[in-house]
Design a binder for this molecule. Structure first.
Ligand code: KG4
Ligand code: ZN
Length: 335
């Protein structure tokens, strides 16, 4: 079964073809980062227009790369939510229309489920049940994933998502947008002992997160200490250490509470090297296996949507010709 996946929920147009026999055949991405960087964040209207320009050429290029024509496709999967409504509508409308024109089934995919399943695209995939730490620009969540479509949210962010906090702090330090990766890089040259930021909500027994206070901590420290390059690096270091420690404290708690011994980490912040390094040590101590998607599949991509679509279409799902973008779509509404 060959499935075309289309991702347009935010600022990346992602297209991929996943084959249930051969795995991923092709995967292409058009990032809009340089466009939105000019404005210091994603401008929804510009994102929609850019998706309109890029989605059809990208679908053509992906078919070419996979060395197939559309007649070989068995279905189309598109991100229907959560995300920016105008951006979502581009992928949903083109995906649904192509499926109608080509007379193949279509399926709506929840973007967060795409991220949750993304480690399964790797050579050594995790098996259910597992605890999924989902850390992206829009979401921070701990999920007890019992099986495909059987997800229980254990905790989530009460305010900023982890990626959002990274981006806002990066902006403060003049690192552009999205600045998560650049902030992580800068933190490498920071002194770990100069500033200490709190580990928010670490002492509360629940599995929720709060990151907006850390961003404020960074702002206040910056105002007091000035913008000398080493100071910026030291602030970056204190911020990254606080986010990483907080995420790990909550992951350990989720694993202990459920008795599950497998952890997956996905979403853009899952690419963070300080987090990966620390988790490696902690998981080895706790006898927990940890799985990630490859770096380029941490951030938004079409491959995870094609993969989730293949699993859904294999169950024989046939969606009607109606289509809908769902800017809010909770993961635990899925089955
Ligand atoms: O998953 P994603 O593409 O977006 C959403 O679905 O929301 O994640 C993008 C986020 C951005 O906030 C970006 O700054 C962050 O992931 N990010 C990182 C790193 N690479 C990307 N944050 C920390 N360290 C990184 N290496
Ligand atoms: Zn995402």
């Amino acid at each position: 079964m060959k499935i075309l996946g289309i991702e347009t929920s935010c600022d990346e147009t992602g297209v991929a073809i996943y084959d249930t026999e051969q795995g991923l055949l092709a995967d292409m991405l058009h990032s809009q980062a340089s466009l939105h960087n000019l404005y210091g964040g994603v401008v929804p209207e510009l994102a929609s227009r850019e998706h309109i320009h890029s989605v059809v050429p990208l679908i053509r290029a992906t078919l070419l790369k996979a060395n197939i024509t559309h007649t070989a496709l068995d279905g189309i999967a598109y991100t229907a939510g959560p995300g920016l409504v105008g951006a979502l509508l581009v992928g949903v409308a083109i995906g649904r229309s192509l499926a109608y024109g080509w007379n193949i089934p279509a399926v709506s995919i929840n973007h967060i489920e795409g991220h949750l399943l993304s480690p399964m695209l790797e050579k050594h995939p995790p098996s259910f049940p597992f605890i999924a730490l989902l850390i992206s620009g829009g979401h921070t969540m701990l999920v007890n994933a019992q099986g495909f479509g059987d997800y229980h949210i254990l905790g989530e962010s009460m305010d900023d998502a982890a990626g959002e906090a990274f981006d806002k702090t990066a902006k403060l330090l003049g690192l552009g947008y999205p600045g998560g990766a650049a902030l992580s890089e800068l933190a490498d040259s920071g002194d770990k002992d100069r500033f200490h930021f709190p580990r928010p909500m670490a002492n509360q027994p629940n599995l929720n997160f709060s990151f907006s206070g850390l961003k404020t901590f960074a702002v206040n420290t910056y105002r007091q200490q000035g913008n000398e390059q080493q100071t910026k690096a030291d602030i970056a270091r204190a911020f990254v250490d606080a986010v990483v420690d907080t995420l790990i404290i909550k992951c350990k708690r989720a694993l202990q509470q459920t008795g599950i011994k497998t952890l997956t980490v996905s979403g853009g912040v899952g690419a963070n090297k300080q987090l990966r390094e620390k988790l490696q040590t902690v998981c080895a101590q706790q006898n927990v296996d940890v799985f990630y998607p490859r770096i380029e599949f941490c951030t938004d991509n079409g491959a995870m949507i094609a993969y989730a679509g293949a699993l859904r279409l294999q169950t024989g799902i046939h969606e009607s010709l109606d289509f809908m973008a769902r800017p809010k779509w909770a993961l635990d509404e899925l089955s």
